[in-house]
Design a binder for this molecule. Structure first.
Ligand SMILES: [Zn+2]
Length: 398
């Protein structure tokens, strides 16, 4: 090989290398341009989507703000409504309270009306009874006046004829030592049982129940037999005051002691039964002289006691028929019944003395015969009351 050839080969070589370089450069530039374009496009796209998102976000935020504003508004409205509701609730409660108290007043008014009408009923009855009694008393008075006029005429005649006879009559009247019954209302029998209560009380009550008859118990205070006072009251019998102890030494020693005896019985029975008795019988009767030896024979004590009893609203009762079941002698049941039935004969009003004591078994046994016999004589049975016919002995005078 010569130099010319080598030179030519080298030139060829160089031409070939330059051609390859230029081609590679073109490729490189093209790729770069494409990549740059892609980058720009994606940037643009990203920017575009970002601004859309941002816009959306702004809109959403606004919406959220609006909603939150509305929510606050609603919340406030709700609070307001709640407040109003509370007020209404309060008003409702006040109205309910008022309604409750009105209802209570109404109830008590109703009760009061019932009470008043019951009282009215009782008054009416009492009024009717009183009217009847008055009517009959008037009749009786008229008859008595006529009788008296006749008797006076007769007496004048008698006086002229036989003086001693009249004296005997007067003596007899004094012996009886008792005033005439005040009112006469047909034949009325008042069964009275003194000195109870006792273990006999329920037995006496059973007999009275059997005949549908009411009686009057002049009792003393016996705390161990409380049940029997309740039964007497519950069954509609009258419960009278016969002093707490019946002990002469206590009852008749002084007026203060007497008052204490009466009030103790009254208070205890009232607290036990709710029944305040206004009926009284003196232990031993108004005319008894046994009490005098305990007060220096102060004959003013019983009259003063009577005045005090009246001022306390009491009516006091003695009797005009005695069963004599407290006599020294012990009578049989049959004798006791006869004492009562004979004693009641011819009387319009019979206040019958009997005793409620375990030792008076014969009185209990006589009671059916007494009730039947009095019924046969035309008596009706009543309990004593402040307006009853009454019998009063004269207080002892020496
Ligand atoms: Zn007595």
């Amino acid at each position: 090989m010569n130099n010319k050839d080598l030179k030519e080969s080298m030139i060829n070589e160089e031409r070939h290398t330059g051609k390859r370089y230029r081609r590679m450069k073109t490729v490189f530039i093209t790729v770069s341009v494409v990549l740059a374009l892609m980058l720009i496009a994606s940037g643009f796209l990203y920017y575009k989507s970002f601004s859309t998102y941002k816009e959306q976000l702004g809109k959403d935020e606004q919406l959220l703000k609006d909603l939150s504003g509305k929510l606050t508004e609603k919340q406030e409205e709700l609070d307001q409504k709640n407040k109003e509701l509370d007020i209404k609730q309060g008003e409702l409660e006040t109205i309910q309270d008022q309604l409750g108290s009105i209802q209570k007043e109404l109830d008590s008014l109703k009760e009061r009306i019932a009470e008043v009408s019951a009282e009215n009923e009782t008054f009416k009855k009492e009024n009717d009874d009183l009217k009847k009694e008055l009517e009959e008393a008037k009749k009786a008075l008229k008859a008595k006046q006529e009788l008296k006029a006749k008797q006076e005429q007769q007496a004048k005649k008698d006086k002229q004829e036989t003086k001693p006879k009249q004296e005997t009559q007067e003596k007899q009247e004094t012996q009886e030592k008792q005033e005439e019954p005040k009112k006469q209302t047909g034949k009325v029998a008042y069964l009275t049982f003194d000195d109870g209560v006792s273990k006999n009380t329920p037995k006496l009550l059973a007999v009275l129940d059997k005949y549908g008859v009411k009686a009057t118990f002049f009792a003393n205070w016996k705390p161990s037999l409380k049940e029997y006072y309740k039964q007497i009251v519950k069954k509609g019998h009258a419960l009278g005051n016969h002093t707490a102890t019946h002990q002469w030494a206590s009852v008749y020693s002084s007026l203060d002691s007497f008052k204490k005896e009466v009030k103790t019985f009254e208070k205890n029975v009232y607290e036990l039964t709710g029944y305040r008795t206004t009926l009284f019988r003196f232990p031993g009767g108004t005319s008894n002289t046994k009490g005098l030896k305990y007060n220096g024979r102060d004959t003013t004590l019983v009259p003063r006691a009577i005045e005090w009893l009246k001022s306390e609203g009491y009516a006091y009762f003695d009797w005009n028929v005695s069963s004599r079941d407290a006599d020294g002698k012990k009578y049989t049941a049959s004798e006791i019944a006869n004492h009562v039935l004979n004693g009641a004969k011819g009387k319009k009003v019979a206040i019958i003395l009997m005793h409620d004591m375990v030792s008076k078994q014969t009185t209990l046994e006589a009671l059916p015969k007494i009730i039947e016999g009095l019924k046969a004589q035309g008596f009706t049975f009543k309990v004593l009351s402040n307006s009853s016919s009454t019998v009063h002995f004269k207080p002892a005078s020496k």
